[in-house]
Design a protein around this ligand. Structure first.
Ligand code: MOS
Length: 748
């Protein structure tokens, strides 16, 4: 959060930032030249396969590996019986909530079905797979908890909860309820889910002496490096992590999971490079997922719609080995102006793999519950749902009283409502029919906090007049390569094609996890800072160069535009940057970093907002729910690239439809196994499931939040959609559904 007071960069006159530039890595991706973790190959590479427990809670009494060891091509079978002992039994890097308790074969204890219990390494993947199937495990079963309904009767408060407290209250909830004339009191649920990025987790581990190299599919190269170094008990500088392309993350690649360290352990033991790729079914358990939630909401309001009290109590599941909280109460803590309220987060432990951040954690599931409750209140009051939201509009963050860095939610509601045609809506349920189809229109509010963290970048001007700009961030398919290239080109005064941006390597300056929608707002300012410094350096050198046409001018009299150094007072005094740098012969380098301003963070609340209007069409006889169109408008600060921003928001909405209508990991309460652990039975939307997505932006830069005026856009698209669809289903059918996903049996 720094004000833009750098005179080398004139805010508001951007030529390249904001433009709908095609992805700079697009060609590499469509031609197959982009290399993903599993595609790296090394001499003597061998292949590892994970063997997983088939019971939810047990001690391993016997592990018969003889058949597997005798199988053709097998080089190593690693189990708790022969695995090297790690510092603190493998827990040296645990730093909740995202420093995972991994399963690293340090004991015979099984805490969930699917826990890694062995690693088989062979000369080919097929031989490793065949040998892995020959391992026989015998268990002494222990008591297990697999039923959320019973586990939630004895919930516990989270041991840790990131930066947010597990309980909040403001004003006087009981007095607020008493002052209310209409009350809503209901329970909403969302299911267990698994991320399923298109590219599964994959790691190639290779040792050169005491130096470990990891090609890993990750949202956080620096995080993998420090976790692996601490876990193995080796110095940080002995580990390098490389991740140039990631085929989707959605949160599951934000932490380091067991398979990464296991690949490194196997590789060290064999003194050969080892590749370990998870199979699709292995994505359901040992690498996180979204916790199941049960959310109890109480709303009280006066007849005129003014909220007098709100309460949001959440229970979500976690594992037996670690606390992870799905912070679904988050929107209730900041979205509406209400003088009295309380929220709480509780956990119910199950014998399952530890859940984790998934696609707008808390805000996606929380806006579903809150926005359905608001719709219920609107109907109870006979007030239009949009009008109810406007009557409780928060001009400052309700609990803290802090002003927002910027907020244009009212404009979002107005713009999206107009484009959708909301004014034509007859509020009566089942009032809009078309033949055998029931039509319903619903509204939901979108919101996601704006985050940033310290980041660093390096910028190098090469003798040919092109620039190399680097930061150890990641691109999950979101557009980070493209947007950072645009920022660098803009700041350096170079055409886009003269800038190359590199990322995904711990040998580059460090950057935070690509999670929490914060890459643009964290790395963008660092790139800007490095490139501004480099631009100044180039100008300082040029004005001292005997042969330069800008020789003798002051720095303020020189600019660089489209790769040309020129005088701002006499445009005739100009020279191609490449000519000057070529004469010089050696590169110019500058580094830069950026960090959020702690004082500004204390004074302001930073959030993005949006309004989502959805139409559903429901077949009265079959119960089939279709979504012909969603119209949404977002206030996300400045768009750094109009095209990738549009893709991010549309993609987010698709995942919102997925949350509302499709995703559901079904846990077998006998075995603790996810029974639909494949993409045939774990449903996500396909192209035919998505209708028109009409997205618009309120283009107001948030210059209080970052010098670039941009807030993150990775996750907000998912939020609000579940509520909008659920409310549309009510409007269509008259059925109030409070449990996701909405399936046809609930509406017929
Ligand atoms: Mo995201 S769930 O913050 O990777």
């Amino acid at each position: 959060m720094n004000d833009n007071n750098d005179d080398s960069f004139n805010e508001g006159t951007y030529k390249i930032i904001g433009q709908p530039i095609d992805r700079t890595d697009g060609r590499l991706k469509v031609t197959g030249a982009a290399r993903y973790a599993a595609e790296f190959t090394l001499p003597r590479l061998c292949h590892a396969v994970l063997v997983q427990s088939t019971v939810p809670s047990a001690r391993i009494t016997r592990l018969d590996t003889r058949d597997a060891e005798r199988s053709p091509g097998v080089l190593l079978v690693l189990t708790h019986l022969n695995a090297p002992a790690l510092p603190q039994r493998g827990r040296a890097a645990v730093n909740p909530p995202a420093g995972r308790v991994m399963s690293l074969l340090q004991d015979d204890v099984v805490n969930y079905n699917g826990q890694p219990i062995a690693v088989v390494v062979a000369d080919t993947f097929e031989r490793a797979t065949a040998a892995a199937s020959r391992i026989q495990a015998m268990y002494t079963p222990q008591t297990s908890t697999l039923d959320f309904a019973s586990a939630k009767r004895a919930p516990h408060a989270p041991a840790t909860q990131g930066r947010a407290p597990s309980e909040t209250s403001w004003g006087d909830f009981a007095a607020g309820v008493a002052a209310g004339e209409v009350k809503i009191d209901a329970v909403y649920t969302t299911p267990m889910e698994h991320h399923n990025p298109m590219e599964p987790h994959a790691t190639v581990a290779s040792w050169d002496g005491d130096q470990l190299l990891l090609y890993d599919s990750t949202q956080y190269v620096s995080g993998v490096r420090s976790t692996v170094a601490k876990t193995l008990g080796i110095p940080l500088d002995k580990v390098r992590v490389v991740s140039p392309f990631v085929g989707g993350g959605f949160g599951c690649k934000g932490s380091t999971w067991s398979h990464v360290v296991l690949a490194a352990m196997a590789s060290r033991k064999l003194q050969r490079p080892v590749k370990l790729v998870l199979a699709r079914p292995q994505m359901f358990g040992p690498v996180g997922g979204r916790p199941q939630t049960e959310q109890h909401i109480v709303l009280a309001a006066r007849r005129d719609g003014t909220l007098t009290a709100m309460r949001h109590d959440v229970i979500s599941h976690t594992s037996q080995i670690e606390d992870f909280t799905e912070p679904s109460s988050a929107p209730t803590r900041m979205l509406y102006a209400c003088p009295n309220g309380a929220t709480s987060q509780r956990l119910a432990s199950l014998n399952v793999g530890t859940p984790t951040f998934q696609r707008a954690p808390g805000l996606s599931t929380g806006t579903f519950a809150l926005e359905v409750a608001m719709d219920e209140l609107a109907y109870a009051l006979a007030i239009d749902p949009l009008e109810l939201r406007l009557r409780n509009y928060a001009d400052a963050e309700p609990q803290s009283g802090k002003p927002f860095t910027s907020k244009y939610l009212r404009d979002c509601y107005r713009d999206a409502a107009t484009r959708f045609g909301w004014a034509r809506r007859n509020p009566a349920p089942r009032s809009m029919q078309s033949g055998r189809y029931l039509i319903g229109w619903g509204l939901g509010t979108a919101t996601f906090p704006a985050h940033s963290q310290p980041a660093a970048a390096l910028a190098t001007m090469l003798p040919d007049g092109s620039a190399l700009v680097q930061s150890g961030t990641q691109d999950l398919g979101t557009g980070a390569y493209t947007v950072m290239t645009q920022i660098a080109a803009e700041a350096l005064g170079l055409p886009l094609e003269k800038v190359r941006f590199e990322l995904g390597d711990t040998s580059l300056p460090p950057a935070p996890v690509s999670g929490g929608s914060m890459t643009s707002a964290s790395v963008g300012p660092a790139v800007l800072s490095a490139c501004n410094a480099l631009r100044q350096k180039v100008i300082m050198q040029a004005i001292r160069d005997e042969r330069s046409p800008v020789k003798g001018l002051t720095p303020a009299q020189v600019t660089i535009d489209n790769g040309v150094l020129m005088s701002t007072v006499d445009p005739q005094r100009r020279e191609e940057l490449a000519a000057f740098l070529g004469r010089r012969g050696s590169p110019l380098v500058a580094s830069g970093d950026a960090a959020p301003d702690a004082e500004e963070e204390k004074r302001y609340a930073a959030h993005s907002f949006g309004a989502v209007f959805a139409e559903v069409r429901i077949d009265q006889e079959l119960g089939e729910i279709r979504v012909p169109r969603i119209v949404a408008t977002y206030d996300v600060g400045r768009r750094l690239n109009a095209k990738t921003a549009m893709s991010q928001l549309r993609g987010g909405i698709v995942w919102g439809v997925s949350l509302a209508l499709f995703e559901h990991s079904v846990l077998d309460r006998q075995t603790g196994r996810i029974v639909n652990s494949n993409l045939a039975e774990y449903h996500v939307p396909v192209n035919a499931d998505i209708g028109r997505l009409e997205v618009a932006f309120i283009d107001e830069p948030d210059n209080r939040f970052t010098a670039l005026g941009a807030r993150g856009i990775g996750e907000i698209g998912i939020t609000g959609v579940g509520g909008a669809l659920c409310n549309a289903v009510y409007h269509a059918t008259g059925r109030r559904i409070r449990d996701l996903p909405i399936t046809l049996d609930q509406v017929v």
